[in-house]
Unconditional design. Structure first.
Length: 369
């Protein structure tokens, strides 16, 4: 998992600050492939909500990931991403002889796509999980880094997102329209043939969203749909895996489709690539690699080097589904600690011969240094 490796490497300065003793061993522990002492995702488990919205510090890495497509009253189109990563530097918390000391470190990525103006805005933050600078809790649910947060709104079923970069800000309310969906084998998502290369993974595939975006000092009242992904694990991708192409797609017939294609060093797709289709009534079905197809139709060359796929045909024959996926703007590349592409897309095609359309998000990792 190249993205995870680089993010972990970027935490080295914070690791030293978080625990000044044995600093020389912190980095090797952080990147230890065996991850000795951490819990691992090995078998299916029972999920419990809202508890599992909160942190799982016995696992090394975890993220809360929200994307969405929004419009204002005039039809102006926006996309957004807020991801908060949590990393445990050691399996056990350090001795609390200082309020600054912690083994929990947080990173957050924030992005906004302004489709009409062909603009893409990005911000990144780092912090330690001490002194309330960053953290996560289950009840009431909240995960935050500084003043960026994803949080439950009291006892209601609303979730709030508040975050701002230098030129843009999000102030949104999200209401789940479907129940959490467990991906993989009852929530156990295997990433390779290795028994310990897996994560616990669930999604809320459709959240009604409204609120205010501020872009270059101008406020826009917006509404649309968002998607929440939650994943935690200790493992990284296998040595012969270099990245992934991940799709979260919301169709106008109420169907939601998640697919991920894990790429090997030789360019082929790993056999553990998989997905989940969630129907309008909330029922879902897992998809194995042989049950769907992803064909790249075009590419985009980053000005900073690296070539990304940029348009796709996705087919799920058993569902009579064949759709074209196109970015709303070509350049949605994040220049954060790790460079990757994450952006809003449009969907058009057919399902059982009838027209279908929609919107979604795509994440592409491992294409740039």
């Amino acid at each position: 998992m190249r993205l995870l490796f680089i993010l972990l490497l970027s935490l080295w300065p914070l690791a030293v600050i978080a625990d000044e003793t044995n600093a020389g061993s912190r980095l090797s522990e952080l990147l230890d492939a065996d991850a000795a002492g951490f819990a691992k995702a090995l078998t299916p488990r029972e999920f419990s909500f809202p508890q599992d919205h909160g942190p799982h510090p016995q696992f090394r890495n975890e993220w809360w990931y929200v994307t969405g497509n929004l419009d204002d009253a005039s039809g102006r189109r926006f996309g957004f991403e807020l991801t908060i990563f949590r990393f445990s530097l050691t399996p056990e918390p350090p001795e609390q002889d200082s309020a600054w000391r912690t083994n929990q470190v947080y990173i957050a990525h924030l992005a906004l796509t302004d489709a009409d103006r062909n603009r893409f805005y990005v911000a990144e933050r780092f912090s330690r999980g001490a002194l309330s600078l960053a953290g996560a809790q289950a009840e009431p649910f909240r995960v935050w880094i500084d003043d960026w947060e994803i949080a439950a709104d009291g006892d209601s079923d609303l979730w709030l997102i508040r975050a701002a970069g230098d030129e843009f800000a999000l102030d949104l309310e999200l209401r789940p329209l479907k129940q959490p969906v467990l991906n993989g084998e009852q929530g156990l998502s295997r990433k390779s043939s290795s028994t310990d290369s897996a994560s616990y993974y669930y999604s809320i595939t459709r959240l009604g969203t409204e609120g205010v975006l501020t872009v270059a000092g101008v406020k826009y009242e917006v509404s649309g749909l968002s998607w929440l992904d939650r994943e935690w694990s200790t493992s990284a991708l296998a040595p012969d895996q270099v990245g992934w192409d991940w799709f979260s797609l919301q169709l106008d017939d109420g169907t939601d489709l998640m697919l991920y294609n894990i790429r090997r060093t030789d360019g082929t797709a790993d056999g553990k690539s998989s997905g989940t289709i969630t129907f309008a009534d909330g029922a879902s079905r897992g998809l194995q690699q042989e049950e769907f197809g992803i064909v790249v139709n075009d590419t985009w060359d980053s000005p900073e080097g690296g070539t990304y796929p940029s348009r796709w045909t996705i087919s799920v024959p058993a569902q009579g589904l064949e759709i074209e996926i196109s970015p709303v703007i070509a350049d949605q590349e994040l220049f954060t600690t790790v460079r990757y592409w994450e952006g809003a897309v449009d969907i058009s095609g057919t399902r059982h011969g009838e027209p279908v359309s929609g919107r979604g998000y795509v994440e592409l990792t491992g294409y740039a240094d």
